[in-house]
Design a protein around this ligand. Structure first.
Ligand code: ARG
Length: 444
């Protein structure tokens, strides 16, 4: 069933029908399509384009369709309609009769799909903010439960001592920024495109402020042509989702390393690992690997959407219908990966003893020793050189710096005094200078 056909002499080719059918993904926002239609019909009643009774009947019919879809009483037949808009209008007409045909007065599918997509993006975006909050909380709790020292790395080489909590705190900051990015995108998109018509408004005196209010937008969009052409908000959300994916992927990579035999810093809960069909001993961190892999697909969606839009003339072009393939999958992916990461973090076991063992080799206190010498009057570059030679000596003799006696240390600099051991102690060094922030944990 179609919403058009008057000017055609020939039936649409079967292949063309399949090619053009956007319902399989469009039905994901049936709720938004119906709510947008209810706002439109209410406004048509407000301004007298529909009688109060007509408007009420249309809204009631739409409401019933929505509740039947929610309950499963009504199932969308993907092959029977061209898109979600056709489904809604034709189902309404089936149910309430000829009056249903008045719903589309002063509206085009171009402003309809724009409003649907915005409402859908708003719903999903708000949910991502909730999921990010949950993940942030899991990271904060896991860190607070495990107040252990661990090596911090650069170039994946042991560098300086940090705490496990502080390391997780770095991800907390990333996910906080992700939240902010989604909030920004939701704020920028907060303009109502409904009422733009196909591209040039309508000869009916509709009231866009009403639908703006009913659909809780901040304002009506300023330019009809822009409003039906605009998919920036999808791109902005996909960009935020891509960054979330990058952050999740980096965290996954660390979890994968940390649960390897080489690190043994953590164990993954059995619920988020799988085994090998051949090697009985294997426990693989599949959930983290999948999250890392999903990042590639998430970034692909952003690139797809940018590429679809880049050459389109104003205003609506059918290319834009394919946006759903990019955003529905990216949103589902974001939802799933944030949730699974939160569960992985909440259930993983931390082996603090192995983290602490790891800080004992690798001279993670060498920089602190150099800082000590600076406080005793040496220039930093000279202090760097002295400590470099101490490290060389330790490496050749398989000793740690803190294992050297005061006399041994003094052969490198007579500025070294007994208080050096306060600097060489890993925990004590975290009380010095700005390092005290590391023990301060994750900032609220
Ligand atoms: N089916 C389209 C989509 O989902 C909406 C219809 C756009 N308008 C049109 N004239 N075909 O994006």
């Amino acid at each position: 069933m179609k919403l058009w056909g008057g000017r055609f002499n020939k039936e649409e080719d079967q292949l063309m029908q399949e090619f053009d059918n956007s319902l399989p993904l469009g039905k994901r926002y049936y709720e938004e399509d119906i709510i947008g239609s209810m706002a439109h019909a209410t406004m048509l009643g407000d301004v007298g384009i529909l009688t109060p009774d007509e408007s009420k009947k249309i809204v009631a019919g739409l409401k019933e369709i929505l509740s039947d879809l929610d309950s499963g009483k009504l199932v969308i037949d993907e092959d029977a309609f061209e898109d979600i808009h056709s489904f809604t209008e034709l189902t309404l007409t089936q149910r309430i009769g000829e009056l249903g045909k008045k719903l589309h007065t002063a509206r085009s599918r171009n402003d309809q799909v724009a409003v649907d997509t915005k409402l859908y993006c708003r719903k999903r975006g708000n949910h991502f903010i909730e999921l990010l909050d949950r993940l942030i909380q899991a990271l904060q709790e896991k860190g607070a439960e495990n107040p252990v020292l661990m090596p911090g790395y650069t170039h994946l080489q042991r560098a300086q001592v940090v705490t496990f909590q502080y390391h997780l705190g770095a991800y907390v900051e990333m996910f906080k920024r992700d939240k902010q990015r989604i909030q920004n995108a939701l704020e920028i998109m907060n303009e109502n495109p409904l009422g733009s018509g196909a591209l040039a408004g309508t000869t009916h005196q509709i009231d866009r402020n009403r639908t703006t209010e009913y659909l809780a937008f901040a304002s009506a969009s300023a330019n009809f042509m822009d409003a039906v052409s605009d998919r920036d908000y999808i791109i902005e959300l996909l960009s935020a989702c891509s960054l979330i994916a990058v952050h999740l992927s980096r965290l996954s990579e660390e979890l994968i390393l940390w649960c390897s035999q080489e690190f043994k810093f953590i164990s993954m809960d059995d619920a988020y690992a799988t085994g090998s069909s051949m090697m009985p001993q294997k426990k693989n961190p599949d959930a983290a690997e999948l999250v890392r892999g999903h990042a590639g697909l998430a970034i692909g969606s952003l690139v797809s959407m940018l590429t679809i839009m880049k050459g389109l003339p104003l205003t609506y072009n059918k290319d834009m219908q394919l946006d759903k393939e990019a955003f529905v999958s990216a949103f589902d992916r974001t939802d799933q990966t944030l949730t699974i990461m939160q569960k992985m973090i909440a259930t993983l076991k931390v082996h603090g003893e192995n983290m602490e063992k790891a800080i004992k080799s690798g001279f993670l206190n060498a920089t602190d020793l150099a800082d000590y010498l600076v406080k005793k009057g040496l220039a930093f570059r000279d202090a760097h050189d002295v400590v470099g030679r101490i490290v060389l000596y330790c490496e050749e003799n398989e000793r740690a710096i803190e294992e050297l006696s005061l006399t041994e240390l003094q052969t490198y600099s007579d500025q070294i005094k007994q208080d050096i051991y306060d600097y060489l102690d890993y925990e004590a060094s975290l009380k010095q200078g700005t390092k005290s922030e590391i023990r301060g944990g994750i900032k609220e």
